[in-house]
Design a protein around this ligand. Structure first.
Ligand code: GAL
Length: 460
């Protein structure tokens, strides 16, 4: 029996656009994802989040499912355009009401809400009027929106996450163009990333100045990172792996924990990487009460060989031509339905790397999980692969804790099968199976397998 520290947070996560539906109801304004999904061929089968899991209408049923499976914490995101339909200006009361009801119901069932303010659904108006994350003023609009959320929900929400995965917003949205707003550039990702960091810092500043003392909550940012394992023990490959981690995670974590971007990025990007003013550094440094981490997979990293540069442009490691890193997976590694390698040992190494680099911060895994096709057997799914995955990764977390890492929580992605961005409904990450056409939800496998895994491991 593995013991996790007392008070360890066990939860599951979702995000607004992926589950809510009701995309144009009760005054909600359109987001960049509402628009992106209308462009043919951007999303698998041209699917959209218009209805998704219909959580907006069925949240009470969903919270009842959470209760039934023994969930203790639930991480969800607020849709900016439900609160402010055009991103700024007048508040939409119906949006406030929806999140009030959801938060109250969670608390009634003793489920702790963990609330993300931005999970990629930028108000479309801000994209059209000011180029979204490319405009420095966006940071102020975000802070104003955050202020409203603290004001209305902060009496009950004690765990805030400003931004989910700035790397994805910057690289997939502005570099590779596969996510909204669909731009391709080798300059814009670094500018967008800069403004995402400033937005985060300003929102945290508002929280600390105006709310934290009386509301008594915590606020942080969640960044994503895979592990990068050197392909060989050659110095070049060891350095390549380290550099890959810096371009992935330290891009956003170094400014927060050390006050500036990593030297490797500055050296390679030069003027393409913006600089912080001393005033900005003051609000960015130390702006996270915990280290939120989304972790899914591991790849080998090797120094790019001469003459191969073009091949890896826009590869799956960010703007790889900026890093000179080639990524690959081991021949015998098992892959999930996203073709992401299952490598729990990488999770342990990453946790220990963060612990060393950032001087032993409190870490919360705000997402980890896997997609596997659900094969229905009657009303059930034989979910052994998912169970194995979770057990493997929990074991890695446990090892890391034994080795001194201050990991205090784990959120499984996801509570529901949902709209998986450009993959549409084709990838099933959820604890529960959903048929989007009929909106009928069927409990997964070993119906309460999550509860079972948790209980077997002595975690509750
Ligand atoms: C994360 C993201 C989630 C979910 C998950 C699985 O990057 O925050 O919204 O899509 O990946 O792909």
């Amino acid at each position: 029996m593995k013991e996790f520290p007392k008070g360890f947070v066990w939860g599951s996560a979702t995000s607004a656009y992926q589950i809510e539906g009701a995309w144009n109801e009760d005054g909600k304004g359109p987001s960049i994802w509402d628009a992106f999904c209308q462009i043919p061929s951007k999303v698998h089968l041209n699917e959209t989040g218009n209805i998704a899991c219909d959580h907006y209408h069925r949240f009470a049923e969903d919270v009842a499912l959470m209760k039934r499976m023994g969930l203790k914490a639930y991480r969800f995101s607020i849709a900016w355009t439900r609160i402010l339909p055009t991103g700024k200006g007048e508040i939409n009361k119906k949006g406030i009401e929806f999140y009030n009801d959801l938060i109250d119901l969670l608390l009634y069932h003793d489920i702790e809400p963990w609330v993300t303010l931005y999970h990629w659904d930028l108000p479309l108006a801000l994209q059209l009027e000011m180029d979204g994350w490319l405009n420095a003023d966006i940071a102020d609009y975000f802070a104003e929106y955050a202020d409203i959320c603290f004001q209305y929900f902060g009496d009950r929400v004690k765990n805030w996450i400003t931004i989910n995965e700035a790397w994805v917003v910057a690289i997939l949205g502005y570099g590779q163009g596969v996510f909204a707003p669909g731009r391709t550039s080798n300059v814009e990702p670094y500018l967008a990333g800069h403004h995402l960091l400033l937005a985060h810092a300003k929102a945290v500043d508002v929280y600390r100045q105006k709310y934290q003392a009386q509301q008594n909550g915590r606020i942080g940012i969640t960044n994503n990172c895979d592990w990068r394992e050197p392909l060989t023990q050659n110095t070049d490959d060891i350095n390549a792996a380290e550099r890959a981690l810096e371009f992935f995670l330290s891009w956003f974590s170094d400014p927060i924990y050390k006050g500036d971007y990593p030297a490797s990025m500055r050296e390679r990007l030069q003027d393409r990487l913006p600089t912080f003013t001393p005033e900005q550094q003051k609000i960015i440094k130390g702006s996270s009460d915990f280290f939120g981490l989304n972790h899914y997979t591991t790849m080998y990293a090797a120094q790019t060989k001469e003459g191969q540069k073009e091949v890896s442009v826009y590869g799956n490691g960010g703007l790889s031509e900026d890093q000179d890193v080639d990524l690959s997976v081991g021949k015998d590694w098992k892959l999930t339905d996203m073709e992401w390698a299952i490598a729990p040992w990488g999770c342990q190494k990453l946790l220990e790397w963060i612990d060393r680099r950032y001087d032993h911060p409190e870490i919360v895994i705000t997402e980890n999980g896997c997609a596997f096709p659900d094969v229905l057997d009657g009303r059930e799914v034989n979910d052994t692969e998912r169970i194995q995955f979770v057990e493997g990764y929990l074991d890695a977390c446990h090892q890391a804790i034994q080795n001194g890492v201050n990991l205090t929580g784990y959120f499984l992605w996801s509570f529901l099968d949902n709209f998986e961005w450009a993959s549409g409904y084709n990838k099933q990450f959820g604890l529960h199976y959903i048929q989007p056409d009929t909106l009928r939800r069927i409990p997964k496998a070993s119906a309460d397998w999550y509860a079972k895994v948790i209980k077997q491991n002595g975690l509750l």
